[in-house]
Design a protein around this ligand. Structure first.
Ligand code: TRP
Length: 334
């Protein structure tokens, strides 16, 4: 443990099957952070119980998400890569923080309202206090930076409120956690259908997964929307064409990108060729990751070792925090 480094913590939902948007939006940031910060990356298996009470696929999903993150470059020897349910301390901190969270503010949370609408038959208290559990994850390591996407901004704001209330009432135990990303790397990965970003819930054929096989990658890329090409030199690009260039920027070489930019500006671009090139570059990018994921998944012992080692590192930091918290609250009887 390097005491001079600042602390980073983030949670990854075990929904399995990461896509290119997750890679460029999140994992690449994690991989960069692991050398500069003391990092705790956790698979949020407890959070998933708020929406997925059926746990038949939980273990396989947890394994997949671990394997995918490792295959993308997260090094379990550098970071604490662990599973939320392995730290009992999380439950204890969650309990204390629940006393500082008000029903009204929890009910106003956008994700709570969305999920309550989606599962009207199971609006459980865990769903309501989801942001409190997330705060416990973060504060358990007294983390300062939390690399998350825009969709988590409200949860982080709530985390800051709970943190400030704790510090106010019981003394300054925690730093105020803030969202953190290397701003330049927060690239948007556009969907292949010309609209919005790649996402799990939208059109599956417009999203490239790290698990897609080569043929499927080619098929998806070749289906991307194009037109008959520009008719005037140096015209602005329609959004769906701009998106193909954006994707090319992520995986193709500078020469290739320049060739197609020039072709576009000179009105002799052939989109069929461009998509073929993009498809091959995507295959070159994705297939080694996919193969690595598959080989890691073959080795359950290794994954168990990673989780065990991660939990051990995380527990060391959690134990210190819990001790500070108990003292601050006044639960130190002996
Ligand atoms: N709620 C986060 C998500 O949906 C996952 C998460 C759980 C998390 N605990 C966390 C993120 C702690 C950051 C910090 O993606």
């Amino acid at each position: 443990m390097d005491k001079t480094k600042e602390i980073v913590m983030s949670g990854i939902r075990p929904t399995g099957f990461l896509h290119l948007g997750n890679y460029f939006g999140a994992i690449r940031n994690y991989v960069k952070m692991q050398d500069e910060y003391e990092c705790f990356f956790m698979v949020a298996d407890l959070h998933s119980l708020t929406t997925h009470p059926d746990t038949k696929e939980l273990k396989a999903n947890v394994y997949r998400v671990l394997a995918e993150n490792i295959a993308c470059g997260l090094d379990p020897d550098k970071v604490a890569l662990y599973c939320q349910s392995h730290l009992h301390e999380t439950a204890e901190l969650y309990l204390y923080l629940n006393m500082l969270a008000y029903k009204g503010e929890l009910e106003k949370t956008a994700t709570f309202k969305d999920k309550a609408r989606m599962q009207p038959g199971n609006i459980n208290a865990g769903l309501l206090t989801y942001p409190v559990l997330q705060t416990a994850d973060i504060l358990l390591h007294r983390a300062k930076y939390v690399p998350v996407g825009k969709d988590q901004e409200q949860h982080l704001e709530m985390a800051r409120n709970f943190t400030n209330r704790f510090n106010h009432r019981y003394g300054e135990v925690f730093p105020e956690p803030v969202a953190f990303n290397y701003s330049n790397d927060l690239v948007k990965v556009p969907s292949l259908d010309g609209e919005g970003k790649m996402s799990k819930s939208e059109n599956q054929m417009a999203t490239l997964y790290l698990a897609d096989d080569d043929e499927l990658i080619r098929k998806k890329v070749m289906k991307a929307k194009t037109d008959s090409g520009p008719t005037e030199n140096n015209s602005p690009k329609p959004a769906y064409i701009g998106n193909i260039f954006l994707l090319m920027n992520l995986v193709s070489s500078k020469d290739v990108i320049k060739k197609y930019e020039d072709d576009y500006n000179n009105c002799n671009i052939r989109y069929g060729d461009m998509k073929k090139q993009l498809a091959e570059d995507m295959v070159k990018f994705i297939s080694p990751i996919r193969e690595k994921v598959n080989s890691i998944l073959q080795d359950e012992k290794y994954l168990q070792k990673v989780m065990g080692q991660g939990a051990e590192k995380a527990r060391k930091s959690a134990e210190v925090t819990i001790k500070l918290v108990r003292e601050a609250i006044g639960l130190n009887y002996f």
